[in-house]
Design a protein around this ligand. Structure first.
Ligand SMILES: Nc1ncnc2c1ncn2[C@@H]1O[C@H](COP(=O)(O)OP(=O)(O)OP(=O)(O)O)[C@@H](O)[C@H]1O
Length: 360
């Protein structure tokens, strides 16, 4: 069995009165692609920011287990040590390349720390001594290696800003790989890509996962379903599902969390899901207190104004906000009537559909 490279335990992150993440626990296994998904504002980027040191969590533990047996509590490491010592690299939702520099230069800048160390931080070291020259040649080789993997080697001497959008995304990932990470955290790498660019990204990520574990935030469900080994679903900072892409895809709570679109999508959702059990659960009769049977707010009625988080803590969300909580309440309140199909149809957005989110 694969061991966990990342262990998130009881993580909470508060911004004043807002609990963006509440008592979240999950694992990412070594050599796997773990996807973190959820509707907009679910807390995915906040989790990334806690893992990569941009935020210090309010509570909880984030453990990174290195391949050599080392172990780091990321919430306690100074920011700059997270990439350098714990070997965690990340990309952001918006592209952050040096657009005036060539592709090769971008990948060499990423190796700056390694080169400076080899120079002994002296001018003599930079000009002549063997260690620096050797490190410099290795850096160029590594850059070339990742340019080839990203299918960008032909454009090595072009300015990064001249690349098409999808190629810039791959260059960012290649640059992150030049830092030698054990865990690569990618924040919406497929946002804004066309299908061809998306396929190129998928094959790059599948290639990377043989050597480096990946934690992925992604709204594009075709990417998530194709390449992920494990999916964690968030809604309002809470984990509502955790498992294989197939189990998450057919989890009614996840389907409910993605609610909020037109009635005509309902049939598509049920067909896409194609799971009798799920259809039965979604077909439990409508709650008469919340509108007529044909209402698209079938699962969106006000069940609770608050969502429970870690012990004793509640976060207030807008009335009827958590679709997963409403689904739970509906399932436990209503008697199961598998043979009696309700006339009402839940409005739904399947997690197999395209995203609500996008390029920021
Ligand atoms: N620095 C901050 N200060 C205050 N609130 C914040 C901050 N960062 C995030 N939040 C809030 O935390 C919640 C989760 O935000 P987050 O960006 O993590 O969600 P997300 O799932 O990544 O959303 P998206 O899919 O839109 O990127 C939101 O309500 C957001 O407004």
């Amino acid at each position: 069995m694969k061991d966990a490279i990342l262990q998130v335990e009881h993580l909470s992150m508060k911004f004043g009165g807002l609990v963006a993440i509440g008592d979240l626990s999950f694992q990412a296994k070594r050599g796997e692609i773990t996807a973190l998904i959820g509707p907009n504002g679910a807390g995915k980027t906040t989790v990334f920011n806690c893992i990569t040191g941009f935020y210090k969590p309010s509570e909880g533990m984030i453990t990174l287990n290195g391949a050599d047996g080392s172990s780091f509590l990321l919430e306690r490491l100074p920011n700059h040590e997270i990439p350098a010592r714990a070997k965690v690299a990340r990309t952001f939702q918006n592209i952050r390349l040096f657009s005036g520099m060539t592709l090769l230069e971008n990948l060499l800048v990423a190796q700056h720390n390694k080169l400076m160390k080899a120079s002994g931080y002296t001018i003599l070291g930079l000009f002549g001594i063997g260690g620096y020259r050797r490190a410099s040649a290795e850096s160029v080789e590594l850059a070339k290696h990742w340019l080839e993997k990203a299918d960008l080697v032909d454009r090595a001497d072009d300015p990064a800003g001249d690349l098409p959008y999808g190629a810039q995304r791959r260059l960012e990932i290649a640059r992150a790989m030049c830092t030698g990470p054990e865990l690569l955290c990618l924040d919406e790498p497929a946002a804004g890509l066309n299908p061809k660019e998306s396929a190129a990204l998928n094959s790059l990520l599948m290639d990377i996962k043989s050597s480096t574990s990946i934690l992925l935030i992604e709204h594009d469900m075709s990417v998530v379903m194709q390449i992920s080994d494990h999916v964690v679903v968030l809604e309002y900072g809470r984990k509502i599902s955790d498992g294989s892409p197939q189990s998450v895809r057919t989890d009614p709570r996840v389907i409910a969390a993605y609610l909020g679109v037109d009635d005509e999508e309902v049939e598509t959702v049920l067909t896409e899901v194609g799971d009798e059990d799920v259809i039965e659960q979604l077909d439990i009769g409508p709650d008469s207190a919340h509108g007529p049977g044909t209402s698209s707010s079938y699962l969106a009625g006000p069940v609770s104004d608050t969502i429970g988080h870690s012990e004793g803590e509640r976060v207030t969300v807008s009335k009827g906000a958590s679709k997963a909580a409403q689904f739970d309440a509906r399932v436990s309140a209503a008697p199961r009537k598998p043979t009696e199909r309700a006339t009402a149809k839940p409005a739904g957005k399947s997690p197999t559909s395209k995203p609500r989110g996008g390029r920021k």
